[in-house]
Design a protein around this ligand. Structure first.
Ligand code: GRF
Length: 232
């Protein structure tokens, strides 16, 4: 018997280009999933418009309507839970998720972060990379933990830092790899091949010693070379 479609809820605060990549991949059959709802802390977030245009429930919850972060999260996630997601995807969601909300959903929340974690957590990651003078930068998809950008990393996509790069050119190069990275990771999750086991990521039951790497084809993920794992 076919399983029910894999239900995804997305949290987004801004532009929503990662959300749009999910919408497009579901629409053209590349991602076997259903977008159950999009939720934002910013009523004016363009991501909400993208959801509405795709006929997906779009919910804005304003933090200032709540006494504190915990009450905001409690209400927001009650709305998220009401669409019964198998997975919650933070895609350009700019708020720290409370420990209570995270621990109540073990292995069911991922985030895409524009750096090669554990390098450059937090904000302004491209500026951090340029200031550090690294030759490589990129993006990571990780399970959400109570620590900001601290959960187990599932997969990464790498880009070169080029001479003359500024934040805008580097951010654009990273963003172009974020979308296929997120989709390739969601493919594995939708096929229930990836799961979180404690603080280890398992693919097909095997623990991942290092994050999967997005190939240059921008479509497939592969385990890194165990002899020469990628430097962070
Ligand atoms: C992306 O770089 C994402 O990694 C970060 O926010 C940026 C904008 O994402 N969290 P989007 O266009 O809103 O999906």
């Amino acid at each position: 018997m076919d399983r029910a479609p894999f239900r995804i809820a997305v949290l987004a605060s801004g532009t929503g280009s990662n959300l749009q990549a999910i919408i497009d991949a579901i629409a053209d059959g590349r991602l076997p999933a259903r977008l159950a709802g999009v939720f934002s802390d910013r009523p004016a977030a363009p991501a909400l418009e993208r959801a509405r245009a795709a006929g997906v429930p779009a919910v804005a919850v304003r933090p200032r309507d709540f006494a504190n972060r915990l009450e905001f999260d409690e209400y927001l996630f009650s709305r998220v839970d009401s669409v019964h997601p198998d997975l919650i995807v933070c895609a350009g969601y700019m708020r720290l998720v409370s420990e209570l909300a995270v621990t109540a959903r073990p292995g069911r929340m991922i985030n895409i972060h524009p750096s090669l974690l554990p390098a450059f957590k937090g904000l302004h990651t491209h500026r951090q990379a340029l200031d550090a003078g690294v030759a490589e930068h990129g993006a990571s998809v990780h399970f959400v933990s109570p620590e900001l950008d601290g959960g187990p990393v599932i997969a990464q996509a790498r880009v070169p830092v080029l001479p003359g790069d500024d934040e805008a050119t580097l951010a654009a190069r990273v963003l172009q790899r974020e979308h296929p990275l997120l989709l390739a990771t969601l493919q594995l999750l939708a096929h229930r091949r990836l799961l979180l086991d404690g603080d280890r990521v398992r693919l097909d039951g095997q623990p991942l010693a290092h994050p999967l790497q997005l190939n240059d084809d921008n479509a497939t993920l592969q385990p890194p070379d165990p002899i020469n794992p990628p430097a962070y």
